[in-house]
Design a protein around this ligand. Structure first.
Ligand code: PBG
Length: 334
C-alpha cells in the first residue's frame, strides 16, 4: 500500500502533456484581469523614463493616448491614471481643476477609446506642495481629515465630469468613500462606481511610485493615515467600513507582501476585490531580471498568478502590457 498514490499524486505522475496540466490548473490569469496604471504629465511628446521603474514613463497626453491604444489592443480592459500637475499648492488645486492634467487626459483617452475603462486615482498627494494625501495644518503638521474630504469629493466629481468610468480614492482619509459617494450623487454621477483603496498599507514598496508621481511627502510619513503593515484584522475593519460607506470594489495594496490579507478579505466579503501590485514589487522583479538573476517572464507570470490565487478579481500592475503580450504568445504556442 505504501506506493499507492493519492489521486492528486496519480494525476501528477501521469501528467505527460501540457494539455493535461492545463486541465488540472486551478488558477489562470488573463488580460481581462488587468488594469494598467499610467502617469500623465503636461507638455507634448513627453516621455520621461522613471529611473526606479524601468519600462515606465511619465507621458504627455498625446503619448498617453498612444500607450492606452496599445494596452487596449492587447485586450487590457482598463487603465488607472495618475497626474503630475504643473503647479502644486497647499490646497491641491490641480486635483479638482476642471482643466487639470488628469481631467484633460481622461477626456482625450475616452475620446480616442470610448470602450477602454478609465479609472482615476483620487488623492491629493501629487497636487499638494508638501506631498501629503490631505490638507495639513500649518502649526502642528497634522492632517486635517474633514477638510480633506471636501477636496477629495470635488476631485472625484471633476474626474467623473471629465468622463472617468470609475473613481478610486487612495488617500485613506476616514469617511472619504461616503463623502465622495454623496458628491457624485449630488452632481448627477449616481452610476459612477467607487473602487476604494480600502486596505492600504504604509509600506516602503511605494518608493518608486513616488519618484514617478513626484509625490514623496516633504516631511513626516503617511503612517497617520495608512495602515500598519503588522495588522491584518484591521484590514477587515477598513474594508467593511468602506463597503458600508458605499464602495463598489475594494482593494488591498500592496499585493505580494500582503497575500494573506488579500485571502482574508476574499473570505470575508463578496464584492469584487482588487489587488495593487505596486511600484516596488514591479521594480524588484525588473532589477533582478536586468541583472540576469531571474527569468522576468516566468517570475512575473508566477507572481500575478499568485495574486489571483489568493483571491483578487482585478490586478493593477505595471507589468500589464508585458503580461498580456506573453499570454497571447503562450496561447499561440499551444
Ligand atoms: C497616492 C498613491 C500611491 C500609490 C497609489 N496611489 C502612493 C502613496 O500612497 O504614497 C502607490 C502605487 C505604487 O506604489 O505603485 N496616495
Amino acid at each position: 500500500m505504501s506506493n499507492m498514490p493519492f489521486p492528486q499524486q496519480r494525476l501528477r505522475r501521469t501528467r505527460r502533456t501540457e494539455r493535461l496540466r492545463g486541465l488540472m490548473r486551478e488558477t489562470r490569469i488573463s488580460p481581462d484581469d488587468l488594469i494598467y496604471p499610467m502617469f500623465v504629465t503636461v507638455g507634448e511628446d513627453v516621455r520621461n523614463p522613471v529611473p526606479s521603474m524601468p519600462g515606465i514613463f511619465q507621458l504627455s497626453i498625446d503619448n498617453a493616448v498612444a500607450e492606452a491604444k496599445k494596452a487596449y489592443g492587447l485586450g487590457i480592459p482598463g487603465i488607472m491614471l495618475f497626474g503630475i500637475p504643473e503647479h502644486k499648492d497647499e490646497a491641491a488645486s490641480g486635483a479638482y481643476d476642471p482643466e487639470g492634467i488628469v481631467q484633460l487626459a481622461v477626456r482625450a483617452i475616452k475620446d480616442a477609446l470610448p470602450d477602454l475603462l478609465v479609472i482615476t486615482d483620487v488623492c491629493l498627494c501629487e497636487y499638494t506642495s508638501h506631498g501629503h494625501c490631505g490638507v495639513v495644518e500649518k502649526d502642528s503638521g497634522e492632517i486635517l481629515n474633514d477638510v480633506s474630504l471636501e477636496l477629495l469629493a470635488r476631485t472625484a466629481a471633476s474626474q467623473a465630469e471629465a468622463g472617468a468610468d470609475i473613481v478610486a480614492p487612495s488617500d485613506m482619509m476616514d469617511g472619504r468613500v461616503s463623502a465622495i459617494r454623496a458628491e457624485l450623487d449630488r452632481e448627477g454621477f449616481e452610476n459612477t462606481p467607487i473602487m476604494a483603496y480600502s486596505a492600504k498599507y504604509a509600506t516602503t514598496f511605494y518608493g518608486p511610485f513616488r519618484d514617478a508621481a513626484e509625490s514623496a511627502p516633504q516631511f513626516g510619513d503617511r503612517r497617520s493615515y495608512q495602515m500598519d503593515p503588522a495588522n491584518a484584522r484591521e484590514a477587515l475593519r477598513e474594508v467593511r467600513l468602506d463597503i458600508e460607506e458605499g464602495a463598489d470594489i475594494v482593494m488591498v495594496k500592496p499585493a505580494l507582501p500582503y497575500l494573506d490579507v488579500l485571502y482574508r478579505v476574499r473570505e470575508a466579503i463578496d464584492l469584487p476585490l482588487a489587488a495593487y501590485n505596486v511600484s516596488g514589487e514591479y521594480s524588484m522583479l525588473k532589477a533582478a531580471a536586468q541583472n540576469g538573476w531571474l527569468d522576468e517572464r516566468a517570475a512575473v507570470l508566477e507572481a500575478l498568478t499568485s495574486i489571483k490565487r489568493a483571491g483578487a478579481d482585478i490586478i493593477l500592475s505595471y507589468h500589464a502590457p508585458d503580461v498580456a503580450r506573453w499570454l497571447a504568445e503562450n496561447h499561440q504556442g499551444s
